[in-house]
Design a protein around this ligand. Structure first.
Ligand code: PLP
Ligand code: LYS
Length: 418
């Protein structure tokens, strides 16, 4: 059977010699597919953001912590950030050295903080209470503090992590209290960091955040590094020709702000950023299969195996992903129609794409959800006792490699007391 794409792919080179149907018949459905070359290119793009040989890109691995992808990111010369012992465990497995990892904690227990300290991994704390806990556990050492300078951004309120409506960071008004705790526990502040939120397409808010963080840095002359945060967006609306984030323009602006600050200070400091989505979103496509088509009260539902246990972003944030349709050539039809693509989860909100105008879709067609590499698998679950899918890497040498096996029903009962 010959398969064709019913929609024009925006990542023409994504599949190379592979086909969505071939990958699904080999590995099953649904399936996360990643393209190595795209991942490498995004790493290289962002490494050019700040023109300073000491500049560090610290990949925020919560976006996708597949071991094989982490190894590629490491190979591209990036460091990594972590927010849990689990992420650290995987990152050490991937070959990152402890000093290449920055643990950016939130509400950590004493046990969790001790684990990180014992691994020799730098710790960033984001409340006075956590700074005090750190001081008690590890007095006389180096510590990193996450500030909230009041600047926030993001594609949804739930992912804005700076400003006055979020739990993250220490507000700048508490600077004197931070200094006091540093003094009490003989701590040296080696770095400060912030993260204003996830997904901006216009860098101006980011620059405001950078400026505000640099103002905080003036209070701490001993700093070794300043981590400016992540949040760099990608264009999810590729079919509407949404422009890319202008990294070159952002680079000009950031480099100027940083250079001015350094020359005023008369001392060098290492600058870092911590992008997640920018590195991995576009290298991933989620493939699924259409099993049922029905019309209920004037809405045509395309029923697939891509439930929100597999991709949660649309349900959680109303997030938009472009979708492509791959289908059997003998079912070709020129008509377009407005449909709602759903998954197989027992909730009415289980919708991947609502009211989309697409070429007519048929049962057994394959759906490709684009830009699914970030916060896709990493937020997947076993809700409804559904199995998490497999992940496959399309390598630069043209191979398809299974980089995480599909779960089995045995995985579902593995942790029960039987
Ligand atoms: C502390 C921190 N750093 C970095 C990131 C990465 O964000 P993004 O994937 O938008 O670059 C996040 C997630 O929002 C985060 O919470
Ligand atoms: N999970 C969010 C990004 C932010 C999460 C990390 N703070 C998303 O899918 O857009």
């Amino acid at each position: 059977m010959q398969w064709v794409q019913a929609t024009v792919t925006k990542e023409a080179k994504f599949y190379g010699r592979h086909t969505p149907a071939g990958l699904i018949s080999k590995y099953g459905s649904p399936l996360y597919v990643y393209n190595e070359q795209i991942l490498r290119e995004r790493c290289q793009d962002i490494k050019r953001l700040v023109k300073d040989p000491a500049f560090v890109v610290s990949y925020s691995a919560k976006a996708n912590s597949n071991l094989s992808l982490l190894r590629i990111v490491k190979d591209e010369g990036c460091d990594v950030d972590a927010m849990s012992p689990g992420e650290i465990h995987v990152q050490l497995q991937a070959g990152f050295q402890p000093e290449q990892i920055l643990y950016i904690g939130n509400n950590a227990s004493a046990a969790e903080m001790s684990y990180v300290i014992n691994q020799g991994i730098p710790v960033s704390v984001d409340s006075l209470s956590q700074l005090e806990l750190y001081g008690k556990i590890n007095p006389g050492s180096r510590v990193v503090v996450r500030f909230n300078t009041g600047v926030g951004a993001g594609h949804h309120q739930k992912v804005v992590t700076g400003g006055d409506k979020t739990k993250f960071g220490i507000e700048t008004a508490l600077l004197p209290a931070v200094k006091e705790l540093l003094h009490t526990y003989h701590l040296r502040l080696s770095g400060i960091n912030q993260h204003i939120g996830s997904l901006f397409m216009d860098g101006d808010t980011y620059i405001s955040g950078v400026q505000a963080l640099l103002d905080v840095a003036l209070h701490f002359p001993e700093l070794e590094f300043i981590d400016l945060g992540g949040g760099f967006g990608i264009p999810y609306h590729k079919y509407e020709h949404e422009p890319r984030l202008d990294l070159a323009a952002l680079s000009e602006k950031i480099s100027k702000v940083l250079t001015d600050w350094v020359s005023r200070q008369g001392k060098q400091v290492r600058f870092k950023v911590e992008p997640g989505r920018y590195l991995v979103a576009e290298c991933g496509i989620l493939l699924g299969t259409v099993h049922t088509i029905k019309t209920n009260y004037h809405t045509k539902y395309i029923g697939t195996d891509i439930g929100f246990n597999v991709l949660m972003r649309p349900v959680l944030y109303n997030a938009y992903h472009d979708v492509e349709i791959y289908r059997c050539s003998n079912a070709l039809s020129r008509s377009q129609e407005t449909v709602t693509i759903t998954g197989n989860i027992c909730e009415s909100g289980d919708i991947i794409a609502a009211d989309r105008t697409l070429p007519e879709i048929f049962e057994q067609d394959i759906i490709g959800v684009l830009d699914a590499g970030a916060y896709g698998y990493s937020m997947a679950s076993n809700y409804n006792n559904r199995l998490r899918p497999a992940e496959v890497l399309l390598t630069n040498t043209g191979e398809d490699v299974l980089i995480r096996r599909r779960e089995t029903v045995d995985d579902l009962i593995r942790h029960f007391a039987l």
